[in-house]
Each structure stands twice: as structure tokens, then as C-alpha cells.
Design a protein around this ligand. Structure first.
Ligand code: ATP
Ligand code: TZE
Ligand code: MG
Length: 276
């Protein structure tokens, strides 16, 4: 069983290791926020590369230390490249992070997210509605939710707790649910974290880039610690950026600056831990 002190130590060590080793975390991610994802990955010490084609996805999984798949904007080629990346990650035992953006709005998205089930993502990161919808799609029993409506959440993080636990138990990895408060679970522990800023809802890609950052950390530590590292970094950087920002645009640049400087203070994050 983990203690609060163990988590603080683990996140500090992982943040340091990411900075020292510059792990490559490749991505297939959406066109809206691709630049934010890459810059956030670099700010925390990682290395980024984005691909779209099936053979390049397979190569990048093999070349990198982890991988990130975000299904935010799909094109026909993704019908091949996304399963190729998932299969390669599973076959080579590379930790990979899934963001099931807007699950339910189209058939390809549903098929790809169904395919993910057999490829066991190390970390699933999404907003509450996406996490509930994924547990439904994978037919894992949980409490239910209001359903996905586009890319923004219509459910609270608390409402997604049982779905998150069910997903984590199934993958034997971790699940990170983002929102005003964040919830992280490995199916045994449930951690609730605080911080960030309401301005994070006014900048697109805070969630997408958080997934990319968690992939960087998944290259150097276990899935639960990786999810904690990313979430703590976002809460610290977001809270601090809101004190200097005039609005969403200046918030975003202050936020990336803070990711760069605050990742050596991850042990100061606000969180509480329970067991299930
Ligand atoms: N009201 C809020 N207060 C504090 N932090 C927030 C708030 N809303 C979101 N966040 C933070 O923003 C980050 C992204 O979470 P969010 O739930 O907005 O993701 P998302 O909906 O998937 O975003 P996107 O799809 O635009 O990338 C997380 O670090 C979360 O803690
Ligand atoms: C706005 C948007 N649309 C598809 S992906 C994306 C980024 C936030 O998820
Ligand atoms: Mg999102």
C-alpha cells in the first residue's frame, strides 16, 4: 500500500529522471492541440514526435520509451495507424497513454477505442464523461453517467470514480480523470488532487497536453506515479499561471513557463489518498 510520503518521493524522483534522461514519447494526437502537446512534453524534460502514417507509428513506438494516442480529430488513415501503434506498443511492452476524446461521436472513434481494450494502455486519461463512456464501451460495470457531448465533460469527476476504478482494474494500469479536482486510481488507491485554475477550461488542450506529459513520465516510472506527476505538474503550473495571467492566451504561455520551472517541486502538490 502506498503512503502520501511515498508518493511525494516517487513523483520527485520521476520528475528528476525525466529531466535527466529526456525520454522520447511519440504521439498520434489531434490537430487542434498538437503544438501544445509537444511544447508541454519538452517543458517537463521529454522529447516529442508526432506521426500520422501506420508504418511511422510502428517505428516511433519502437524508437521511443512510451507513446501517446489521442483520438481527438480522426482521418481515414487513422483506421490503420492507431491500431498499428496500439498493437506495436502492446507487442513491445511499451507503456502507452490513451485519451479517449469525445468517445461516441462516430463509428471509427468507437472502433479504435474498442481496439484499445486488448492493448492495455498503461494510463487512460480523460475528462469524467470520457472515462464513464469508455468503461461503458468496454462493458465494465460501474455507476453510469450523463454521456459524452463533444470534447468537454458533462459529468463530475466524483461521478467517474467507479468507472475509473473499473478501468484501472481491467488494464492493471492507472486512470486519471481531470476536472476542477482530479482523480487518479490504480484500482487500489484513489488519489484526489487540487490546484489548477478555471482558466484551464478556457484554453483548449490542457487535457490533451496533460496526456502527452503523462506519457513522458510513463517512460521513467510506473503508471500511477506517472499520472500523479502529470496531474501535480498541471495543478501547480496552472495555479501559479493564473496569478499572472490577464486571460486565456497569457495564461497558456505562463503555464508552459511554469511547467518548465515547477516540475522540481512536484512533492509540494495538494492531494489526499484513500484505499478501495
Ligand atoms: N475548473 C478547474 N479548476 C482547476 N483546474 C482545472 C479546472 N478545469 C480543468 N482543470 C485542469 O485542466 C487540466 C485539463 O483538464 P480538463 O478536464 O479540462 O481536460 P479536457 O476536458 O480533456 O481538456 P481538452 O480536451 O481541452 O484538452 C487538468 O490538469 C485539470 O486539473
Ligand atoms: C476542440 C477539439 N476538437 C477535437 S479535439 C479538440 C481538442 C480538445 O480535446
Ligand atoms: Mg480532452
Amino acid at each position: 500500500m502506498l503512503t502520501e510520503a511515498m508518493i511525494r518521493k516517487q513523483v520527485s524522483e520521476a520528475a528528476k529522471k525525466a529531466r535527466q534522461t529526456t525520454p522520447l514519447a511519440g504521439s498520434i494526437t489531434n490537430f487542434v492541440t498538437v503544438d501544445f502537446v509537444a511544447n508541454a512534453q519538452l517543458a517537463v524534460g521529454g522529447s516529442a514526435a508526432m506521426v500520422y502514417l501506420p508504418d511511422e507509428a510502428r517505428s516511433l513506438v519502437r524508437l521511443g520509451s512510451s507513446f501517446y494516442i489521442n483520438v481527438g480529430t480522426l482521418l481515414p488513415v487513422y483506421a490503420e495507424s492507431v491500431p498499428a501503434a496500439m498493437d506495436e506498443a502492446a507487442a513491445t511492452d511499451k507503456p502507452w497513454v490513451l485519451d479517449p476524446v469525445a468517445l461516441g461521436i462516430g463509428t471509427l472513434r468507437t472502433e479504435l477505442l474498442q481496439h484499445a481494450r486488448s492493448c492495455h494502455p498503461a494510463v487512460i486519461r480523460g475528462n469524467a464523461s470520457e472515462i464513464i463512456a469508455l468503461a461503458d464501451l468496454w462493458k465494465l460495470s460501474h455507476g453510469g453517467g450523463a454521456g459524452v457531448r463533444g470534447v468537454d465533460a458533462t459529468d463530475t469527476v466524483e461521478a467517474a470514480e467507479t468507472a475509473a476504478i473499473a478501468l484501472a482494474r481491467y488494464t492493471k494500469g492507472a486512470v486519471a480523470v481531470s476536472g476542477k479536482k482530479d482523480l487518479i486510481t490504480d484500482g487500489t488507491h484513489v488519489l484526489t488532487a487540487e490546484g489548477g485554475s478555471p482558466l484551464m477550461e478556457k484554453v483548449t488542450g490542457c487535457g490533451c497536453s496533460l496526456g502527452g506529459v503523462i506519457a513522458v513520465y510513463a517512460a521513467v516510472t510506473d503508471p500511477f506515479t506517472a499520472a500523479c506527476c502529470g496531474t501535480f505538474a498541471y495543478n501547480l503550473a496552472g495555479e501559479s499561471a493564473s496569478s499572472v495571467a490577464d486571460g486565456p492566451a497569457s495564461f497558456k504561455s505562463a503555464f508552459i513557463d511554469n511547467l518548465y520551472t515547477l516540475t522540481d517541486k512536484l512533492d509540494t502538490a495538494k492531494f489526499s489518498l484513500t484505499e478501495v
